[in-house]
Design a protein around this ligand. Sequence first.
Ligand SMILES: [Zn+2]
Length: 133
Amino acid sequence: MDHLTKPQRSEAMKKVGTRNTPAERLVKTVIRSLGYRFRTNLASLAGKPDVVIQGQRKAIFVHGCFWHFHACKRLPKSNRAFWLSKFESNKARDRRVVRDLKKSGWKVLVVWECWKKRPDYLKKRIAAFLSDH
Ligand SMILES: [Zn+2]
């Protein structure tokens, strides 16, 4: 059996479950508490941002640290070449999406999943992003 089958399958399953993660819920709670209205998963926008504040043309992505290979994560021990190319292509896609959105006049904030452990920091970043005109 191909040794990539298992990670690929678990990846497919994980993606199904990435909607409304705890970090995403925290982001929405913070935005609400700041008095802003938002939409979620606007399919018409590049990269389907997790949260969109349409009136301000602002988009927020809540990235899972594993899939988007945040600096807080290490490469898995097995199948390193597979994961490295996977993460690199994910990161390249992230960059492309942000670039495309900015080109069409959107402001973009990337919130990392691990920020949920630092709610004050998360709140500060979101407040700064939303009050910046
Ligand atoms: Zn992280």
